[in-house]
Design a protein. Structure first.
Ligand SMILES: Nc1nc2c(ncn2[C@@H]2O[C@H](COP(=O)(O)OP(=O)(O)OP(=O)(O)O)[C@@H](O)[C@H]2O)c(=O)[nH]1
Length: 321
């Protein structure tokens, strides 16, 4: 038998195969009318082959992205070439419900689509075939992985108790801010805050209450932040805040608001009501700081001056020139 000759059985088997294959096959004529519609398309669209046959594809699926699809089909016909659509750019063309048990969390089937020209014996394009691949499992696991990676990144950057940036992440932000201000010389300030006499709270009420105090002080700080401010949990009951584009007056105003609200707002921690105060140190940005550590050191010294001078107060680091 010549390799290009088929028996009737061969053709019958081929048709069977195309009917049952787990890939959608759609053939469109020059007017976008359906010429072939296999079992995959029947099962997922609910439209039988005899209903689809001869129908305009855009009437069968009014929500298809018409302009985009017509452009794709036009390219295939004009250039007599293949083209593709991948799920990363367009999650699906045909809005089929996802019925896979493993990836049941996805509402719709993700699809990769190959478009290729069907030519007559002289090579003229007669129609376009669309192969629709169900890539839901792959797309879904990729999306899950991306989600987990983003969550891991967030967890590795934040502090579990307060949700603020952890020390190392905050320090890397400080480094970036330092370099920005060193180059452009705009205003900025650093604020360090430490809860006063925190050890006795732990010793008297236990660590659970101590943790709750830290959480509630965090909420008070967060409530007073502006969008560009960068707050981190620097140590146990110590917080550090970068205030970009803020002069000394602005930083003092911010620090006083926080000091005052902490002093005047009794904290309801589990079944205890606890009153705390905090000490704060401010270091306004200065070109005299050679590196981020010096700037941070100045804020830290101001904080400890506030502690030494009696706590529940704000000290500003002496301005270096
Ligand atoms: N509950 C709780 N306690 C913590 C945490 N991290 C640190 N601490 C405790 O915080 C206390 C800090 O105490 P000190 O550094 O002596 O400071 P202080 O008692 O606040 O006194 P001053 O800062 O001088 O006003 C220690 O007892 C630490 O064990 C935490 O995440 N949760």
């Amino acid at each position: 038998m010549n390799r290009t000759e088929f028996t009737l059985s061969d053709v019958h088997w081929l048709m069977d195969l195309l009917q049952t294959i787990e890939v959608g096959i759609v053939v469109l004529d020059g007017e976008n009318r359906v010429r072939s519609w296999n079992g995959f398309m029947e099962n997922h669209s609910g439209i039988r082959a005899d209903e689809a046959q001869g129908a305009d594809l855009f009437q069968l699926f009014p929500d298809l992205p018409r302009e985009w699809l017509e452009r794709k089909l036009h390219t295939v016909r004009l250039l007599n070439t293949r083209t593709f659509s991948v799920w990363e750019q367009r999650p699906y063309l045909f809005r089929f419900r996802n019925r896979r048990p493993i990836t049941g969390t996805e509402a719709y089937m993700f699809q990769n689509i190959t478009f290729f020209p069907l030519t007559d014996q002289r090579g003229a394009v007669e129609g376009v075939c669309l192969l629709v691949y169900d890539v839901t499992d792959m797309a879904s696991s990729r999306r899950q992985l991306e989600k987990s990676n983003a969550q891991l990144k967030r967890l590795s950057q934040t502090d579990g108790l307060t949700g603020l940036l952890n020390r190392s992440t905050w320090e890397s932000f400080l480094q970036t801010e330092f370099e920005r201000h060193f180059r452009y010389g705009s205003e900025a300030a650093l604020v360090m805050l430490d809860i006063d006499h925190f050890k006795p709270i732990n010793d008297t009420y236990g660590h659970m209450v101590g943790d709750e105090v830290i959480r509630q002080v965090t909420s008070l700080i967060k409530f007073n932040l502006r969008q560009p401010d960068i707050a981190g949990r620097y140590g146990g009951e110590e917080f550090a805040i970068i205030l970009p584009e803020t002069d000394l007056e602005g930083a003092e105003c911010f620090a006083e608001r926080i000091r005052s609200v902490i002093e005047h707002q009794p904290l309801k921690c589990l079944d205890q009501t606890i009153e705390v105060t905090a000490s704060l140190g401010i270091a306004p940005w200065s070109l005299a700081y050679q590196d981020a550590e010096q700037w941070l050191g100045a804020a830290d010294q101001a904080l400890y001056a506030a502690k030494r001078q009696g706590r529940n107060q704000i000290v500003v680091a002496p301005l270096s020139e």
